[in-house]
Write a protein of this length. Structure first.
Length: 416
């Protein structure tokens, strides 16, 4: 088995391409089973977030079968797909996952949310039986390395995230947020972070809309907000100065006619909107309206870049930790090649031991003395265990196979 990882992220594909290649969470179990069956992979984990879609696999055959499956699943021809893909075989796959888990490959350098998303992706693979020994060890290793990087470096010392960047941009547009109202759509980690940052910025009023009212209420209680369901958004849209949306919906949550009506009610008061979701929650056509500032995750790059510099030194330290931990994992992976051989040797020796021991017991029952039985036992064990190795060594000597003989001396720890 060999590791292989590939995918797209914010550096290789725009948001419209990423949303075409994403996996809604509800579809991931079926996709994992299809991947194992149709692409003949041994193990698989799918990570799909707003900024990336990645597949981690253990494969026996050519990697191209997995990429072909990915293209067919998303109805994108290979020649259209490959310009956006990065591919990481073996050691490169290990390094890539560790960097992703530590936030070094994120739009926001060092952001911690990706680790939770990776853990969730791994759990889904576990629950669907597509994560085995190799990927299980790899993902657990990535969790431990991410924890070490957080502990040993300052990579997470600043409150930087896509949510933070969105709130910072809202402050740049409106200044003081105390007189303003924000509508947050969704109730996942990104929206929770946005709510936390808005609350810390002394936002005047917060409305949280979610498909499940109970989850919206749970989040609203933490920050003194008001909870509504998604169908109720239209009634409250005109109240919102700031709209931040991040759901897992495959369709738009906000459409142009809704915003057009809200703007009439608002009487030209501007609306600042951030669509963090992939696929997008907000119809891009809304950006054409006067008095609307619509941003996607790609548009936040400038805000985020300011914070990236402050984490650059910590990132260098993190890369050093990752270099060491990649070596550790590769050493473990290479050791797997000897495990089956060791197990086979042990099984063979135990079979011989059982046979000789049974013979010795029979000798004692037949009246042979313990001394004679022990002598038989030791001689038979030695002769049986050494028979095949000595035959092979004699053959190597006849063939003048010096390398084989040298390895045998190392194996039995015999000095020259």
């Amino acid at each position: 088995m060999e590791l292989f990882a590939f995918g797209v992220n914010h550096t290789t594909a725009s948001v419209d391409i990423r949303e075409k290649l994403s996996f809604p969470e509800a579809q991931i179990p079926q996709a994992l089973q299809s991947l194992k069956h149709d692409a003949h992979v041994q193990e698989a984990v799918i990570i799909s977030t707003c900024n990336r879609t990645e597949l981690y696999c253990s494969v026996r055959d050519n990697y191209k079968y997995v990429i072909d499956w990915f293209g067919e699943y998303h109805s994108m021809p290979r020649d259209k797909l490959t310009p956006f893909l990065y591919q990481h075989p073996s050691t490169s796959a290990v390094r890539h996952l560790l960097r992703v888990a530590c936030g070094l490959d994120s739009l926001v350098l060092g952001e911690p949310q990706i680790l939770g998303q990776i853990k969730k992706a791994y759990k889904i693979a576990q629950e669907n039986g597509t994560s085995g020994k190799l990927l299980g060890k790899l993902f657990q290793h990535s969790f431990n390395v991410a924890k070490q990087v957080r502990t040993d470096t300052a990579i997470g010392s600043s409150p930087v995230s896509v949510a933070f960047a969105a709130v910072r941009l809202a402050q740049q547009i409106f200044g003081d947020l105390k007189p303003h109202t924000a509508l947050l759509i969704g109730a996942g980690e990104t929206i929770e972070l946005a709510a936390r940052h808005l609350h810390a910025s002394q936002l005047g009023r917060m409305i949280i809309a979610n498909r499940t009212l109970e989850r919206a209420r749970h989040l609203a209680l933490q920050f003194g907000g008001y909870a509504i369901t998604l169908p109720e958004i239209t009634e409250h849209l005109a109240e919102a100065d700031v709209v931040i949306s991040s759901t897992g919906s495959p369709d738009y949550i906000l459409h142009a006619p809704q915003i057009k009506d809200a703007l009439k009610t608002r009487k030209r008061r501007p609306m600042f909107m951030v669509d963090i979701a992939v696929p997008r929650d907000i119809d891009p056509a809304i950006s054409k309206f006067d008095d609307v500032y619509l941003y996607t995750v790609d548009d936040l790059q400038g805000v985020i870049e300011e914070n990236r510099r402050s984490r650059a030194e910590a990132a260098k330290q993190a890369e050093e930790i990752i270099d060491t931990q990649v070596d550790h994992f590769i050493s473990w992976m290479q050791s797997l090649g000897s495990v089956e051989t060791i197990r086979a040797i042990r099984n063979q020796a135990q079979t011989i031991q059982s046979q000789v021991l049974e013979k010795a017991h029979q000798m004692l029952k037949n009246g042979k003395s313990p001394e004679e039985t022990l002598q038989f036992l030791s001689n038979r064990l030695m002769n049986t265990l050494l028979h095949e190795p000595l035959v092979q060594l004699r053959q190597a000597g006849s063939n003048n196979d010096i390398e084989f003989i040298s390895i045998a001396r190392q194996l039995f720890n015999i000095s020259e």
